[in-house]
Design a protein around this ligand. Structure first.
Ligand SMILES: [Zn+2]
Length: 305
């Protein structure tokens, strides 16, 4: 009795290896099944066959659902690696020919991670990745419920066509994220350059992140200079809203201190600011590892002069 017959045109036997392991798994449960493969007219076929005895058929029926869930997963992995990646490469090179080869390579590898479901993603990519995988798996499982014979080339062309728009969405999202990252890194480079050519107004500055996330800037003599640092930027004719985080970054860029010590990092309410400062000032940034004021948790209190 044929449980499953998979046909495909690709020159790859990974699916044989996986289905063979699956057979072994069921044989260990005393269900006699075996695997056979043959080539017919440019197509490779792999068949999973169950011994036609009453005992084997009965035992198989008990774990039939499990068997096809496993098969669907094996077929899914193969489809993605052998067919979808190809599809993806085609879509990327057709639609983003204006990007250079290095960018295309990076975008391609990020997209592959998303469709394969491995790697570290943004929350949005993760949702896309999981949804797509679940939907395709469901399609394969439904198909296997109806038919024990599946030809992958036809299946991907006709049954999975509806998922092509998902693939487009994944690519668009990955490209958007990649371009935003690249723009950010170019902007940081520019700011770094600006800081480097600027004459330092201070040898060293201390930034205290206060309870509640406000900032206080002190010079090395413990003078609170926050007000004068922020003054230049806090003018009404600056269009749009300028917040304390922007003020901090802008004032540090224009004063270009040679050393910045950040205290009370645990009070920070904006990781992005810390990351941006680190990116711009790199090793000029030092994180306080426990000065007297940090140790006594009184960084909110100004040291009386
Ligand atoms: Zn400190």
């Amino acid at each position: 009795m044929i449980l499953l017959s998979v046909g495909y045109s690709k020159n790859n036997r990974d699916i044989y290896v996986s289905l063979n392991e699956l057979c072994k798994f069921f044989r260990d449960k005393n269900i006699n099944m075996a695997i056979a493969e043959n080539d017919v007219g440019g197509m490779h076929y792999i068949k999973c066959i169950l011994k036609d005895t009453e005992k084997d058929i009965k035992s198989f029926e008990e774990c039939r659902e499990l068997y096809y869930i496993y098969c669907a997963n094996i077929i899914y992995d193969f489809l993605i690696r052998e067919y979808e990646v190809e599809n993806l490469e085609k879509l990327i090179s057709e639609n983003y020919e204006y990007l250079d080869a290095k960018d295309l390579e990076e975008i391609k590898s990020r997209c592959i991670s998303v469709i394969m479901g491995n790697g570290i993603f943004t929350a949005q990519d993760l949702i896309l990745s999981i949804n797509r995988k679940n939907n395709i798996l469901k399609k394969i499982e439904e198909y296997l419920q109806e038919s024990s014979e599946i030809i992958l080339d036809g299946f991907i062309t006709f049954r999975l066509r509806e998922f092509n728009s998902d693939l487009q969405n994944i690519i668009e999202q990955v490209v958007d994220e990649y371009i935003a990252e690249r723009e950010y890194s170019e902007f940081i480079k520019l700011l770094k350059y600006f800081v480097d050519i600027q004459e330092s107004k201070f040898e060293s500055l201390n930034i205290y992140i206060l309870n509640g996330g406000d900032y206080r800037i002190e010079d090395d003599n413990c003078n609170d200079i926050t007000k004068e640092m922020f003054e230049d930027f806090n003018i009404e004719n600056i269009k749009g809203e300028i917040n304390k985080h922007d003020l901090l970054i802008s004032s540090l860029i224009t004063s270009a201190p040679k050393k910045i010590t950040i205290h009370g990092i645990e009070n920070s309410q904006n990781q992005e600011v810390l990351d941006t400062l680190k990116n711009i000032f790199s090793d000029k940034i030092i994180y306080c590892s426990g000065c007297d004021r940090c140790k006594n948790k009184n960084i909110d209190i100004l040291i009386p002069k």
